[in-house]
Design a protein around this ligand. Structure first.
Ligand code: AHR
Length: 316
C-alpha cells in the first residue's frame, strides 16, 4: 500500500502498518491505554490493525500469527501473561517483522525476539505502595482494629501470571521486608480479583466475611478492584478510607473521585498513555535507527489530600 501522507509516516514513502494485540477492556486504565494507542497511530499516520484478545493468551497468539501472515511492517502487543511467547515471537523474527512489547513484561529464553519494551515499572509501583502505607500509618498514628500489635493487610491481586501482578506484589513485599517497621504488618489474605471492579467487589466481600473486624489495610493491584472493594466495604457497614485504609495502583479519574469523597486514601500512578512513545519507537525501528531496549513512562504518587486539586488535570 502506498502512503497517503508520506511526509508523516517516516521510514520512506510507504505508510507503516502496525499489528497491535490488546488484551481486552478489563479496566478504566485499559480503555485509556487503547485510546492512547489508537489516537497516536492516527496522529502518526500509521495504519493500525487493532485486535482485542478478550483476556485470552491464545487469542493474542492467533492475532500475532495473522499479523505475520498479512505481512505487517511491525507488531506490538500487551502480553496478558509473562510466559508462553517464545514460539510465536520466533515466528515473527523469522518473518523479519520487528516486535515491540507494550505495558507488561515477557519472560523469554531469548530477549532478541523483541526489539523494545515500552511500559511501566511494576516493582517500583509495589515499592511505592508499601512506602506510602508505612508513612501514612505512622503519621496518622493508626492503631490496629483488632487491638493487636500488627496492621492486617488484604491484597487484591491482578491477573494471575501477568508481569504486573507478579512484580507489584514482589515490590510491595520487598519494601515491607526492608522496612524497620516490617514486624508491624501482617498480610492476612491475598487473592486475585482479575483487575476488574466486579471481581474486586466479590473477593473483598469474601475477605470481609472471613476477617471483617481484623482488616486495617487494603492494597489493590489496580484502581478498578479498589473501587469494587469500596462497594463491598460499604455494604458491610464499614467506612472505606477510614476503617480500612485503601491504596491501589493506576491513577484513574474514578479513584481520584473516590479519594475526594473520602472513601480511598492513595493511588500510585501507572501511566497508560503509551501510544505516542510506541509510534515514535516504531518509526525509528523501521527507519533503521537504534532504540532503547527498555523505556519506562513517567509516574507519580497521589494521596487523597492532593486529589481535588489534581483531578481537573488528569488525562484518564
Ligand atoms: O497492565 C496494567 C494493568 O492492567 C493496570 O494496572 C490495570 O488497570 C490493567 O488492567
Amino acid at each position: 500500500e502506498q502512503a497517503k501522507d508520506s511526509g508523516k509516516s517516516g521510514g520512506g514513502d510507504k505508510k507503516i502498518t502496525m499489528g497491535f494485540s490488546q488484551i481486552g477492556a478489563e479496566s478504566e486504565w485499559r480503555t485509556a491505554n487503547t485510546e492512547s494507542i489508537k489516537k497516536a497511530a492516527e496522529e502518526a499516520g500509521i495504519n493500525l490493525q487493532f485486535s482485542d484478545a478478550q483476556q485470552k493468551q491464545e487469542n493474542q497468539i492467533k492475532a500475532i500469527r495473522s499479523f505475520i501472515a498479512q505481512g505487517v511492517d511491525i507488531i506490538a502487543f500487551v502480553p496478558i501473561v509473562e510466559t508462553g511467547w517464545d514460539t510465536v515471537l520466533k515466528e515473527a523474527k523469522d518473518a523479519k517483522i520487528p516486535v515491540v512489547v507494550v505495558d507488561r513484561d515477557v519472560k523469554l529464553a531469548d530477549d532478541s525476539l523483541y526489539v523494545a519494551k515500552i511500559g511501566t515499572d511494576s516493582v517500583k509501583e509495589g515499592n511505592n505502595v508499601f512506602k506510602w502505607i508505612d508513612e501514612y500509618m505512622a503519621k496518622e498514628k493508626k492503631t490496629p482494629r483488632d487491638g493487636g500489635s500488627q496492621y492486617n493487610v488484604v491484597v487484591l491481586e491482578g491477573t494471575v501470571g501477568s508481569s504486573v501482578a507478579i512484580r507489584r506484589q514482589e515490590g510491595f513485599k520487598d519494601a515491607m521486608a526492608k522496612s524497620p517497621n516490617a514486624g508491624k504488618y501482617n498480610i492476612l489474605a491475598s487473592q486475585t480479583g482479575e483487575f476488574t471492579r466486579q471481581k474486586g467487589q466479590e473477593v473483598m466481600e469474601s475477605f470481609l466475611k472471613s476477617y471483617g473486624p481484623k482488616i486495617d489495610i487494603l492494597f489493590a493491584h489496580n484502581d478498578d478492584m479498589a473501587l469494587g472493594a469500596i462497594q463491598a466495604i460499604e455494604k458491610a457497614g464499614l467506612k472505606p478510607g477510614k476503617d480500612i485504609t485503601i491504596i491501589s495502583i493506576d491513577g484513574v479519574k474514578g479513584m481520584f473521585q473516590a479519594m475526594i469523597d473520602g472513601k480511598a486514601n492513595c493511588t500510585v500512578e501507572c501511566n497508560p498513555l503509551q501510544g505516542k512513545l510506541l509510534m515514535e519507537t516504531a518509526k525509528k525501528i523501521l527507519a533503521g535507527e537504534k532504540v532503547e531496549k527498555l523505556v519506562y513512562v513517567d509516574e507519580g504518587v497521589f494521596p487523597a489530600d492532593v486529589a481535588a486539586k489534581t483531578l481537573p488535570e488528569r488525562k484518564y
